[in-house]
Design a protein around this ligand. Sequence first.
Ligand SMILES: [Zn+2]
Length: 459
Amino acid sequence: MCTPKKDGGLGFRDLKTFNLALLSKQGCRIYTNTHSLVHRVFKARYFMNGDFLHAELGRQPSYAWRSIMAAKHIVHAGHRWQVGDGTTVRIWKDRWIPKPSTFCPISQQNTLPLESTISELIDEDTGEWNATLIKQIFIPDEARTILSMPRSHRRANDRIIWAYTPKGNFTVNSAYKVAWAISPSVAMDEVSNPYAKRQFWRTIWNLDIPNKLKTFTWKACRDILPTKSNLCHRGVLDNATCETCGLTAEISGHLFWDCIGAREVWTATGIAFDTNGVHFSEFVDFLWYLLFVQRMDLKLIELTITVAWCMWYNRNKTRLGSPRQTSHEIIHKARSILEDFQLAHLARPCLKDQTDARWSPPSHPWYKVNTDAAVFSNLQTIGIGVIIRDHEGSVIATLSQHLLLPLGPLEAETKALDVAASFAWDMGIRDVVFETDSKVVSDALCGTINPQVSIEDVI
Ligand SMILES: [Zn+2]
């Protein structure tokens, strides 16, 4: 009955878990609000020489403390660091990479010592990530995630945030989901974990790929594609052998991963699959592994699915007598499908304020700085444009930059503004009006909304 409605249950909250989520709210306050009276009171008695996460129950604990400690694991699971200047966050030991559920690097600790802090990954002069070093140290997927966290010229402090809401603020609802996902009975069997399952499907349905590819993924994951093995089960065929290798039955795991034909294609994509010796009997296991174990970047998941669809398309055409496509033809086709689709969807209307498109000059003696950004997700880069004009509309200065940063649209617009502010300052221009076509960025700057945590420091 506690199973959420989406997963076929009645959606009653599990009261014990809900109670823990409520208690974790107190724990979060004690953990993050270090200036509060309640923090000081508990610290003096229970965790004199550490923080809340390292506190012990102690001797003769109070009822309140005992209750709060029961939810400590939720506080631990729900938090991560938001990196500012990086001086207090340790690269290999702390939770700081914005990827659930560990938030820790999966790359092997190598050149940098175990106690190194993130400030060692930041260029001291510019305040930007040291991209060369990061690409040397981390696996490509993780390096991309790190580089996609925009840096601010303002050296903010590192701080602890709640990791499961976009703005980094604690909510009981999100804590309930965390509590549910990490409760022992659920964690025992990840695949039967409805929260993870739902997260899996939500991720798939939200991918930036054509709908027919989502439907294909759904069918492949439910194992209802007409593979030879499935057709045998239905009595349509009596031989399930894979036609590419002739070695074994054509089940979805073989078709899309194990088969020599599939392996050739995956090798040619250059995607770094972290799957040494892993065998997948079904397509869903393959995708699940990429999403939740390897924690692959969603852009690569989109490419992987599109390539899988092209393999399936090629396999069907071949069965009807068409010549088999080479790996490179399959990959080329997949990349074109994705690029065409994503280019058409590049302009996200929610980020643009379309109510007023006319430019107007600032009043004397002000200057107006307009910024814009474009995201080239396939190239993992962004383009930034800045133009400074005076009260007569005359162009005073322009700047355009191509930055090797894999930012999202919102982060890119924010980055453009950050670059524009430095640019105007360097030009000696002080009386400035900034104009951006991102309503979210503009509202965040005006203070009418709280920005998402990914852009908060830059704002
Ligand atoms: Zn085969």
